[in-house]
Write a protein that binds this ligand. Structure first.
Ligand SMILES: Nc1ncnc2c1ncn2[C@@H]1O[C@H](COP(=O)(O)OP(=O)(O)OP(=O)(O)O)[C@@H](O)[C@H]1O
Ligand SMILES: [Mg+2]
Length: 266
């Protein structure tokens, strides 16, 4: 049985349908990435997996346990699914270590020493031990992502769910995040993430699920990063080149800025 089993999920906010019969399975030890335009339902699907949003119909199972419907054991779910949010922030006036131990002390009721010992262990796993006393603005974007993941490790999750871990980061940070995903995979974790970064991140991952309120395609980058699928995803024609055996997506949609600064379409 798949570790995560999303089966025919429908979800609306009011009148607006956001997920329309979505079915996805993620096995143990698999890294799976959701791609799709803004508003295509990616974050909503992740929230349904973590029972932060209810589904209207359909079923989601995590390790055989139902996440949807009545009687869900939310505490057990939170232990098996670690979530790293799109807009999560660290408190700027607190060190990395204090940021990490705050919730475990307040919410999990851990004693300060125990929380610190665990935080240092998780920071070590993330290659961040020497940054424990640093403040958030002294960290790169990729290092901050590692702190977010370290925070999620307090629950010893079997699957990590990351919403746009590379949004707004530079090229180097993107590489750091790719290394982080590989490290998590090596550690035996399942990972479900979202990204808008088709060339920098998605194209390097083993399996992409293309979402536009419903599943448009599911496969390797070579299988799904093709013009027909991309047009269904983004509603605009896109070209795909190949470089070193990897697809590169070019956005050739009409660009209103072309020529305005004397430049040409690329
Ligand atoms: N809590 C909410 N209440 C009402 N509508 C919502 C809510 N959350 C999301 N939506 C709407 O549902 C749709 C899907 O949103 P969602 O956040 O899942 O998209 P997304 O694919 O993650 O987009 P992005 O790439 O911009 O993060 C959007 O139209 C959004 O406005
Ligand atoms: Mg989102």
């Amino acid at each position: 049985m798949a570790f995560l089993d999303i089966n025919d999920v429908h979800k609306s906010y009011g009148q607006a349908k956001v997920l329309n019969g979505v079915s996805v399975t993620v096995d143990k030890h698999e890294v799976v990435c959701l791609i799709g335009a803004s508003g295509s339902g990616k974050s909503t699907l992740l929230k349904c997996v973590n029972a932060l949003e209810p589904v209207d119909s359909g079923e989601i199972l995590v390790d055989g346990d139902r996440v949807t419907g009545l009687g869900v054991d939310v505490n057990k779910l939170r232990r098996s699914v670690g979530m790293v949010f799109q807009s999560y922030n660290l408190f700027p006036h607190m060190s990395v270590l204090d940021n990490l131990t705050l919730a475990p002390r307040k919410v999990l009721g851990l004693k300060g020493d125990a929380a610190e010992a665990l935080a240092l262990e998780f920071l070590g796993k993330m290659g961040m031990a020497e940054k424990a006393q640093a403040f958030p603005d002294q960290l790169s974007g990729g290092q901050q992502q590692r702190v977010f993941v370290a925070r999620a490790l307090f629950h010893s999750p079997d699957i990590l769910v990351l919403d746009e871990p590379t949004s707004g980061v530079d090229v180097r940070t993107r590489h750091e995040v790719l290394h982080l995903l590989a490290d998590l995979h090596d550690a035996g974790m399942s990972v479900l993430l979202t990204t808008h970064d088709l060339n920098g991140l998605a194209a390097h991952l083993p399996r992409l699920i293309c979402l536009n309120k419903e599943i448009v395609a599911d496969g390797s980058p070579r299988e799904v990063l093709v013009p027909e699928v991309l047009e269904k995803l983004y509603g605009a024609p896109m070209h795909v080149l190949e470089h070193g055996g990897m697809p590169i997506v070019l956005d050739h949609s009409e660009n209103p800025m072309v020529g305005r600064f004397g430049g040409k379409a690329v």
